[in-house]
Design a protein around this ligand. Structure first.
Ligand code: NAD
Length: 283
């Protein structure tokens, strides 16, 4: 099935970025959400993002208009019935995603592929909610989608070679770099990145160095563009904690235990940039 029309479920941070990347690559997109207001916010966000590219001379006004015209929005999941691929990017919640996968399985054509952008849920588990597990795969994009090149392609236990090949070709077509990953907690990037951030929080709590010094050390000593604590503020302390819990529960290995300071800061509502305070403070 040629991937000329793709459905996106969920028009939040990731859904609108994914829709933008697809539309810029010339693909017709049906972007759906349960909330009409969210679809309007997503359309405005995409328009603003494309406008910044026009101002930087990286895209013409006509190209911006054409990309926007390729995105249709809907609150009716049924409007995705003709899509060759549906990318689910709804809220990170297992019962919700299982329900969406069962609904998509009912309405999408037999040959269609159903992908999830989940950061932590097992692709094999989502596939089991459908009658087409061979056609289910993870497409883990990174935030902000229009900027970040990587897409982890997660193979569930039953994902077929044909499904993988079709999604890999699409990923390349939209200018992204695919990396094949077996279904496993945290996949590749979060499996390594989140424990490193967690370790920085242990170091801070032990008084090894100040937050500024820890970040400075990793920037200058490991050549990281951003320190682990500033990165945690950017990602969100709640998101970091959620991933550590998935690793801890998934592997039952104490090396993944969340740092107690991280847990306490999340309890206090210090979630990072989005709340104005994390390991650093923000205006
Ligand atoms: P978000 O909260 O910004 O957006 C989620 C959207 O899903 C909301 O607009 C919500 O209205 C919508 N939604 C909820 N139920 C729905 C339903 N039944 N049908 C259609 N839409 C529904 O979340 P996000 O940050 O965009 O994350 C989406 C997914 O992407 C999650 O699985 C998350 O783990 C994953 N992810 C997030 C990031 C990130 O940095 N934010 C990075 C990679 C992957």
């Amino acid at each position: 099935m040629e991937m000329s029309r793709i459905g996106v479920v969920g028009a939040g941070t990731m859904g609108n970025g994914i829709s933008q990347a697809l539309a810029v690559a010339g693909i017709d997109v049906v972007m759906s959400d349960v909330a009409q207001a969210q679809l309007e916010r997503a359309t405005a966000a995409i328009s603003g993002s494309l406008e910044r590219l026009v101002k930087k001379d990286r895209m013409s006004g006509e190209q911006k208009g054409a990309a926007l015209a390729r995105i249709r929005t809907t609150t009716d999941l049924g409007a995705l019935k003709d899509c060759a691929l549906v990318i689910e990017a709804a809220t990170e919640n297992l019962p919700l995603k299982l329900k969406i996968f069962a609904q998509l399985d009912e309405l999408a054509p037999a040959g269609a592929v159903i992908a999830s952008n989940t950061s932590s849920i097992s692709i094999t588990r989502l596939a089991a909610a459908t009658k087409r597990p061979a056609k289910v795969i993870g497409m883990h994009f990174f935030n902000p989608v229009p900027v970040m090149a990587l897409v982890e392609l997660i193979r569930g236990l039953q994902t077929s070679d044909e499904t993988y090949a079709a999604v890999e070709a699409l990923t390349k077509r939209i200018g992204k770099a695919p990396v094949q990953v077996r279904n496993s907690p945290g996949f590749v990037v979060n499996r390594m990145l989140c424990p490193m951030i967690n370790e920085a929080i242990f170091a801070l709590a032990e008084g090894l160095a100040t937050a500024e010094q820890i970040d400075q050390a990793m920037k200058l000593g490991a050549n990281h563009p951003i320190g682990p604590l500033a990165l945690c503020d950017l990602v969100g302390l709640d998101v970091e904690l959620a991933v550590m819990q998935v690793l801890f529960e998934g592997f039952k290995d104490p090396k993944y235990r969340p740092a107690p300071l991280l847990v306490e800061m999340v309890e206090a509502g210090y979630l990072g940039r989005k709340t104005g305070r994390g390991f650093f403070t923000y205006d």
